[in-house]
Design a protein around this ligand. Structure first.
Ligand code: PHE
Length: 448
């Protein structure tokens, strides 16, 4: 089967930014900022993404484009006869686990989107969330809907499905989130929330916020799970790897900060504690929308619809990249048709996702290491597998691949002047700094 490519560098960036921008930006980032000291966390996050996550992103991308293969095939091709390919297999499994619980939250978002269209929220929104997530059928049905939508897009292929969907969604996402942020920042009492996002208070700096910021950076940039590797394998040879990595990181950062500016000022304006945690988006915000509805019902409805449409589309552009990792593996290594590969991924992710979904209700008592199935999958991937995957990628590029081959890939055979200039420090970061930092984070995560 002939391999497809993204049409241009621009569409490759859009696909990668689509993968990067997701629930991580709108759901996780604002509450992490809320729990970890506001603007100081934003600053640490900026530093982590630009200095540490970016080289790791470029390393993963290098493996993908150089091999032109799925995660397993890439390792088999670049390190033939070694055990590295099994590591490629690990990065087929990680995205599957993420996809499972991601699709559950994606399903909640679809429900909230429909609810904002059909009835709007009432002041019992926080209770609604508990009732809804702990019920059996409704979240399962929405998990199924979300996963099916994702799979339908992937089924259409790299160009007609993934590329086209991202190209249409990304501008929409930015327009919507900017509009919501502008609205939120003009609410009376919003200025405290803006200051909270933008004015650092260094007394809240801690080692923990650093580890969290790195973890959030990996998750948000989709690093370490093979999604960037797979998308990069669809990039043409004359595109710049550094350019696409930087473009993706900038879009992702901008989106996270704007999403924070959309959420925090509204939270402060409503006089609510910002450190509400994971429930911030699904409990606090709907409550705020219901309060707004008392004075401006129409406007509140429009804003809440825009908000949940943004979440659903952002989640979809990410989940398709998670599906594509497994699909490209099954199609290329086992000769599956795209349809069969998508069906297999759907079945596995649906089943594991169903267990995650039920772990809020009937299966709440079933614990793994003291965690519910949902939290277990989240902690296992976010704290361990993503860091481990990233570590293996940087070791592979820094220590296993031939330096000249890496240089050739990153500088496009020496034809990209900027890439040539920064190659040396970049390689140093990939070979020495990144592995040390990753091991440190891995160990910190064990202790946290
Ligand atoms: N980056 C996505 C987000 O922020 C999540 C994701 C992780 C997607 C890993 C693909 C791979 O929501």
């Amino acid at each position: 089967m002939a391999r497809e490519n993204f049409a241009s560098g621009k569409t490759a960036i859009m696909a990668m930014a689509g993968s990067a921008i997701g629930l991580g930006n709108i759901w996780r980032f604002p509450y992490m900022v809320g729990q970890n000291g506001g603007a100081t966390f934003v600053l640490i996050y900026l530093f982590c993404v630009l200095l540490l996550c970016l080289p790791i992103f470029i390393a993963e991308s290098t493996i993908g484009r150089c091999s032109g293969s799925n995660t397993f095939g890439a390792m088999a091709k670049l390190a033939p006869g070694t055990k590295w390919k099994w590591i490629g297999l690990l990065t087929v499994i990680t995205p599957l686990i993420i996809l499972s619980y991601y699709s559950v939250v994606g399903g909640w978002s679809v429900d909230y989107m429909l609810k904002s269209v059909i009835s709007g929220f009432s002041s019992d929104a926080p209770e609604y969330f508990g009732r809804f997530t702990s019920s059996v059928w409704k979240p399962l049905i929405f998990h199924t809907i979300f996963l099916s939508l994702t799979c339908i897009i992937v089924l259409r292929g790299v160009k007609a499905g993934i590329e086209k969907f991202n190209k249409a969604s990304l501008p929409l996402l930015f327009i919507l989130i900017v509009a919501i942020a502008v609205y939120s920042m003009t609410l009376p009492g919003a200025s405290e929330g803006i200051a909270y996002m933008l004015k650092p208070d260094f007394s809240s700096l801690s080692a923990r916020s650093f580890a969290y910021a790195m973890g959030q950076g990996f998750f948000s940039l989709s690093i370490g799970v093979g999604a960037i590797l797979t998308y990069s394998s669809y990039m043409k040879k004359d595109e710049s790897l550094i350019g696409s990595a930087a473009g993706t990181a900038i879009f992702d950062l901008m989106f996270a900060v704007i999403a924070g500016l959309a959420v925090m000022p509204a939270v402060f304006a409503a006089g609510i504690e910002p450190g509400a945690g994971p429930g911030l988006i699904f409990e606090t915000l709907p409550y705020i929308f219901s309060q707004m509805a008392e004075e401006a019902p129409l406007l509140s409805r429009v804003v809440s619809i825009c908000f949940f449409v943004t979440i659903v589309f952002a989640a979809l552009t990410s989940s398709i990249s998670l599906v594509e990792v497994g699909v490209s593996y099954l199609a290329e290594e086992h000769g599956y048709s795209r349809r069969k590969a998508v069906l297999v991924i759907f079945s596995i992710a649906w089943t594991l996702g169903a267990v995650c979904s039920l772990s809020f209700g009937p299966l709440a008592g079933v614990k793994l290491f003291g965690l519910s199935a949902f939290s277990f999958c989240d902690v296992l991937t976010s704290n361990f597998l993503i860091t481990f995957g990233s570590l293996l990628f940087v070791i592979f590029v820094g220590w296993k691949m031939d330096r000249e081959l890496v240089r050739n890939e990153i500088t496009n055979g020496g034809t990209l002047p900027f890439a040539c200039r920064v190659f040396k420090p970049l390689y140093f970061m990939i070979r020495y700094v990144a592995p040390v930092v990753l091991v440190a984070i891995f160990l910190t995560n064990f202790m946290l």
